[in-house]
Ligand binder design. Structure first.
Ligand SMILES: *Cc1c(COP(=O)(O)O)cnc(C)c1O
Length: 244
């Protein structure tokens, strides 16, 4: 996976990259009148090595996002000596829920009640509740994962009643847009949806939105977790061969 010339191990500039991303987050918070500690950085380490994650941890990063279960499980095992917080951010097949429920603290991309029910039933009783976000198809793309905005409250309500999991809020991956003004539109919609959930009495506090190319627009619109991969670890190799 790596070569002597580097570029895909994701280790070389991790510390410096994290510093730059954190500065961008702070600037965006201050410009929006938000406290800098109101947004968490989730380092998306999918396809990158355990060594890259160790390098990020050495720079003060302790929350990591993974999308491919088999790859994630191997990394979790080899990094078990570090106090890391693991977030599963990929699509979830129902036959994979047990391992996710046993190994992760957060799940970001739930868009079906059946998946939430399985995670709830399979969360080990000795672990704290599994933090869960509902993924919304905020740009209305036919081929994309996520519940439709109009169905979000109903799904969130049903999930919030399940034992063993804690509904934290909403997650979205908008269609790629150029320019902060355009990028803000879908993020604003997700923020308004979260406000609807809260107005309906659901105890949610999380907007998981914003990636390497749009994290500032997401923070302007209220992101509480930004999920950043490329800007920290570099470009990913082609991942088409992976499955969740
Ligand atoms: C890969 C991935 C990211 C990170 O994207 P970058 O553009 O590399 O920052 C964020 N969220 C999800 C759900 C992802 O799969």
């Amino acid at each position: 996976m790596s070569s002597a010339s580097g570029g895909q191990t994701g280790c070389e500039n991790v510390g410096e990259n994290i510093h730059i991303v954190r500065q961008k987050m702070t600037s965006a918070c201050l410009a929006a009148g938000r406290a800098p500690d109101s947004v968490r950085l989730l380092a998306v380490s999918k396809t990158f090595s355990a060594a890259a994650i160790r390098a990020a941890y050495a720079s003060g990063q302790d929350a990591f996002g993974e999308s491919y279960l088999q790859e994630a499980v191997e990394k979790l095992a080899s990094l078990a000596d570090l106090p890391l917080e693991w977030h599963f951010i990929g699509p979830i097949q129902s036959n994979k829920t047990r391992q996710i429920a046993e190994s992760f603290s957060w799940v970001h991309a739930v868009d079906r009640l059946k998946i939430a029910e399985r995670l709830a039933a399979q969360r080990p009783a000795q672990l704290p509740a599994l933090n869960l976000c509902v993924q919304v198809n905020i740009s209305g793309e036919a081929s994309k994962a996520g519940v439709a905005p109009a169905q979000t409250l109903e799904l969130a309500r049903a999930i919030s009643a399940l034992p063993g999991i804690r509904l934290r809020g909403l997650m979205a991956i908008p269609e790629p847009l150029q320019g902060a003004e355009a990028q803000r539109v879908p993020f604003r919609r997700l923020r308004e949806l979260l406000a609807e959930l809260r107005a309906a009495g659901l105890d949610c506090d999380t907007l998981s939105m914003g990636m390497s190319d749009d994290l500032e627009a997401a923070i302007t619109e209220g992101a509480t977790i930004v999920r950043v991969g490329t800007a920290i670890f570099g470009r990913r190799p082609d991942v088409d061969q992976h499955t969740a």
